[in-house]
Design a protein around this ligand. Structure first.
Ligand code: 1YM
Length: 645
């Protein structure tokens, strides 16, 4: 659009011919946009279409950042056009000194006319796409612009980027600002359908990021008006992100400071409903999804400051290792917003902030502000540090568990445990293993068994108490290691039910509270860690008798109170009834007769239902105190999956 080959102009303005010639030039100027719209707005699908709105709104936001505008109204019209109105200064309408036409027309027709006349201020436009009004104009079958300035309404319309007439004054007004309405071109966009949700989300985000501005989203037919206005800025943003979650510090940490020309705003609030990290970083209102220097500065300051505080407050003791970046990010919700004069966007999608000086700036601002916040809010500070410590503990536990599982030889090819009295038969389908509570019952079982096909593994029940039944401890428990080695299945990633050495695994516990406790723990363990064993029906419960009835040489056993009474009558006379308090009270012969002899015993096969019930009871036994840790293990199940789930 060089001026050389322009038709001559008269002193009084442009002739009709000159205007037509200009139209042709405008068309040529915007032609690349119409030919390759994707280059300018990313795509021509819904995303690209919605992006047209962003381009216009960004202009209004720039005007707001410069301090001239505090209201923006975006209207989704019923005829599928969209308009944006702001109350800024209005795009200049006077003659452009070199272009010899109205500045307004230049802004709407010259590609990359983004560079504004005046300098200074942080600009959104020129950021991610930042292609400006001219691109929207080029891709609209029709566009109307109105500028309210100095008491006058100035107006111009365009068709596919070509002005239909010069800017004209159409009346008086006492308002000030800019109004742009466009009808997206169906020749460019296959589907013209704006998404209220996409638009609303972006406008809400902009209202959070630019506190004090009011942005109204108006849908002519449908939802009506939504107003976004947040005095709290990104402080309100983190509250919004944490809505419905259990927050650790009720008032978010918040700081707003300008340092070396970079405006920095940070809000931080921890929650413990999930263990995910939710940190949003923005540079000049653009969501820098790929991160960059501001995020780097934030992370290093967060970790360093929390460690410093935790030591100062004596929560971290001298011998304790520092909290890691991962530890302090559990349950972290934060918004970081920086605004700078010349942002450099890098990365695959140009959403990584490159300006290296920003890392130090953000880090300095956060370190100061966070330390002050922690000092002033010791209760919140303690809860935040405790949460990071819990994360650290769980992470160490997971690491230990991983190590343990990786030493798979330990569980697979190691010699069978010394406590196991194995059977001589080698065909698993013929073999049974009795897992017996307590060493003394184990002794009787070893003596009484049929050693050809019955193996005995005594477990010391006490080892398996609830406290020690957490995933990490489970894997360090000698008893559990013995069990897995004896079963031969391996564990975690190396688990293979086909290597099971016994096709009947019989849990034999006392018929009392402790016994049922241990049974619950074992069932839970099998269900959570060796599930196919349960599903394939290899797991059984022994049914030891509750009573022994004796009269002279005659001896009977009863498995319930009812059976005891019936049998007592049947035998008649003076019957001696003894209640077994534990398996240990039975001698080897009795145990064989009543519980182990395949021709007489009753075995209950464990169903998936039984296992699920045990699992549920187990959860409740864990109690509320360990809730967060347990949730941690669950939410980190993905990273832990290869070891113990
Ligand atoms: C609905 C869209 O474009 N508002 C808007 C744009 C501009 C100004 C004010 C503005 C900027 C400046 C001075 C300046 C623009 N002006 C230009 C240019 N809303 C919308 N509001 N006076 C007014 O930056 O110095 C481009 S955009 F280049 F003409 F100054």
């Amino acid at each position: 659009m060089a001026g050389d080959n322009r038709p001559t102009r008269t002193g009084r303005g442009r002739t009709r011919d000159a205007y037509r010639a200009e139209q042709i030039q405008v068309l040529e100027g915007l032609d690349p946009v119409r030919r390759r719209p994707g280059m300018y707005i990313g795509s021509t699908d819904t995303r690209g279409l919605n992006h047209l709105i962003d381009e216009i709104v960004d202009n209004s936001i720039d005007e707001a950042l410069a301090g001239w505008c505090d209201q923006i109204v975006v209207t989704l019209h019923s005829d599928l056009s969209v308009s944006v109105l702001d109350n800024g200064r209005g795009i200049p309408v006077d003659m452009h000194p070199t272009e010899k036409r109205s500045a307004l027309e230049v802004v709407l027709t010259k590609l990359h006319a983004g560079g504004k006349f005046g300098g200074g201020g942080y600009k959104v436009s020129g950021g991610l796409h930042g292609v400006g009004l001219s691109v929207v104009n080029a891709l609209s079958e029709r566009l109307e612009v109105e500028v309210y300035k100095d008491g006058t309404v100035h107006r111009q319309s365009y068709a596919r980027g070509v002005p239909q007439a010069p800017v004209e004054k159409t009346g008086n007004t006492d308002r000030q600002g800019t109004y742009v309405r466009f009808w997206a071109d169906p020749q460019v966009f296959p589907v013209i359908e704006f998404s209220w949700e996409i638009v609303a989300n972006r406008l809400r985000e902009l209202a959070f990021l630019n506190k004090g501005i009011t942005i109204i989203l108006r849908e002519e037919a449908g939802r009506g008006d939504y107003a976004f206005h947040f005095e709290g800025g990104i402080r309100a943003f983190v509250r919004h992100l944490n809505a419905g979650r259990n927050v650790v510090n009720t008032t978010p940490m918040y700081v707003e400071r300008e340092i070396e020309g970079t405006a920095i705003e940070i809000a931080v609030q921890y929650q413990n409903t999930t263990f995910t990290e939710h940190v949003l970083a923005y540079a000049n209102n653009i969501n820098t999804e790929e991160g960059g220097s501001h995020l780097t500065g934030f992370r290093s300051a967060l970790t360093a400051t929390l460690n410093k505080y935790a030591r100062k407050a004596g929560i971290l003791k001298e011998q304790d290792p520092n909290l890691t970046g991962d530890d302090v990010r559990d349950g972290l919700t934060a918004v970081i917003s920086v605004k700078l004069q010349e942002p450099q966007f890098e990365g695959q999608t140009k959403t990584k902030l490159g300006n290296s000086e920003v890392a130090g700036q953000v880090s300095a601002v956060l370190s100061d502000a966070l330390m002050q916040y922690l000092d002033e809010n010791p209760g919140d500070a303690k809860r935040i540090v405790e949460q990071s410590l819990t994360a650290a503990r769980a992470r160490h536990a997971a690491a230990r568990a991983r190590e343990l599982v990786q030493r798979k030889s330990l569980l697979e090819s190691a010699t069978l445990p010394g406590k196991l009295a194995d059977c001589s038969e080698r065909d698993p389908s013929l073999c049974e293993i009795f897992i017996v509570e307590g060493d003394s019952a184990g002794g009787s079982a070893k003596q009484g068994r049929e050693r050809r096909f019955q193996a005995i593994l005594p477990l010391r029940g006490k080892i398996l108490n609830v406290e020690k039944a957490r995933a990490d401890k489970i894997l360090t428990s000698e008893e559990i290691k013995n069990l897995i080695t004896a079963l031969g299945t391996g564990f975690g990633d190396n688990f293979n039910v086909e290597r099971l050495r016994y096709h009947r695994i019989v849990l034999m516990v006392d018929a009392d509270v402790d016994g049922s406790h241990i049974r619950t723990l074992l069932l839970t363990f099998f269900w959570r860690h060796l599930q196919p064993v349960v599903r394939d029906g290899f797991l059984y419960l022994a049914q030891p008798p509750l009573y022994r009835l004796e009269k002279g040489k005659r001896r009977e056993y009863a498995y319930s109170d009812g059976e005891r009474d019936t049998k007592a009558k049947e035998i008649g006379g003076k019957v001696e009834v003894q209640r077994f308090k534990g398996l240990g009270e039975m001698d080897a012969e009795e145990l064989w007769d009543t519980t182990m002899d395949p021709s007489k015993r009753v075995l209950l096969r464990v169903s998936v239902d039984d296992a699920l019930k045990a699992d549920d009871i187990f959860d409740r036994l864990m109690g509320t105190d360990v809730e967060p840790r347990k949730r941690f293990i669950q939410t980190h199940a993905k990273s832990v999956r290869n070891l113990d789930i």
